[in-house]
Design a protein around this ligand. Structure first.
Ligand SMILES: Nc1ncnc2c1ncn2[C@@H]1O[C@H](COP(=O)(O)OP(=O)(O)OP(=O)(O)O)[C@@H](O)[C@H]1O
Length: 294
């Protein structure tokens, strides 16, 4: 059974079409990144997945249940963009309280360990840094041992070191066979911490696969060479080429098939090609190509 299934899900806010006919199935046990620029529809998608917002049309299932039922049965843990802690409570009290709400929670010490909070157990919530607060929120999201963990831009307030520790914790949780869906607009985070990346833009899925597949599919490789004063005409018609840029006497061909492009460059053109370079796929280029306004 899929952990998550969206069929033809649309959500509007007045005139704004935030999610536009979303179809998405996520098998249990996967870690999936929902990657998209600001306003792409990530939070709306997540809020619908958690039963906090209703779709305007279409259907969402979470382990075969409606989102609200799945949440009520303790199957889903979430870390959203907002949500403050009770300032007077210590970390231990906060975790203990939330843990007590679930029928079959993780052991208390394990929650603290996983969120790297053992040393902060006695600290009041209002004396925590931004990154430490995020760690407590992560602890609360996993406290009930949910089968599905949903994280909406979880590292937004964190520095580099906290981010690394956070993703380690997330991977520890995912490695137990749990499903994780996280929203981000950080390409590197999507690339490094998921086994599937779903790119959304303007409320639609524009790419879906491993980071490597997305890079290849969006023409993320670049073949470049010294063009000098030679004419650039016809380069855009070479096999695989999706875009041509000329800068400082060098031609850069963005291509979905670097082998075919290079082969044709030598055999099918009369250009004097030297200084040839093939640069690895760059997810940033792929992401920009996929999400830019038409
Ligand atoms: N409550 C609301 N009322 C009206 N429009 C909204 C509301 N919430 C979101 N929107 C609009 O819906 C679209 C999708 O927003 P959403 O917050 O889902 O995107 P996002 O991908 O999460 O963006 P971000 O990365 O900035 O958090 C945007 O155009 C946004 O302006």
């Amino acid at each position: 059974m899929d952990a998550i299934s969206f069929s033809g899900v649309t959500r509007t806010y007045g005139d704004v079409l935030a999610v536009d006919g979303l179809d998405l199935d996520i098998p249990a046990g996967r870690t999936v990144a929902l990657l998209g620029p600001n306003g792409a529809g990530k939070s709306t998608t997540i809020n619908m997945l958690l039963g906090l917002l209703r779709p305007t049309s279409g259907e969402i299932k979470v382990f075969g249940d409606t989102p609200s039922r799945a949440v009520a049965r303790g199957r889903v843990g979430a870390m959203l963009q907002e949500g403050s802690l009770i300032p007077e409570l210590t970390v231990a009290e906060t975790v203990g309280f939330v843990r007590g709400l679930y029928p079959d929670p993780l052991p208390f010490d394990e929650i603290l360990r996983m969120a790297d909070l053992t040393d902060l157990a006695g600290r009041r919530a209002d004396r925590l840094s931004g990154g430490q607060t995020q760690r407590v929120r992560f602890a609360l999201a996993v406290a009930g041992a949910p089968r599905l963990l949903v994280l909406d831009e979880p590292t937004a307030a964190m520095d580099v070191e906290s981010r690394r520790a956070f993703w380690d914790s997330m991977r520890t949780y995912a490695a137990r066979g749990h499903t994780v869906l996280f929203a981000t607009h950080y390409l590197e985070e999507a690339d490094q911490n998921s086994d599937r990346v779903v790119v959304i833009a303007r409320g639609r899925v524009v790419a879906d696969g491993t980071a490597a597949e997305i890079k290849a599919g969006a023409g993320g490789q670049a073949v470049s060479f010294t063009l000098g004063a030679q004419p650039a005409a016809g380069l855009d018609a070479l096999p695989g080429v999706v875009a041509v840029e000329i800068a400082s006497g060098r031609a850069v061909l963005r291509t979905s098939d670097a082998d075919a492009t290079v082969d044709a460059l030598y055999r099918k053109t009369t250009l004097d090609v030297h200084g040839l370079r093939i640069d690895g796929a760059d997810l940033e280029d792929a992401f920009l190509a996929l999400t830019q306004e038409p």
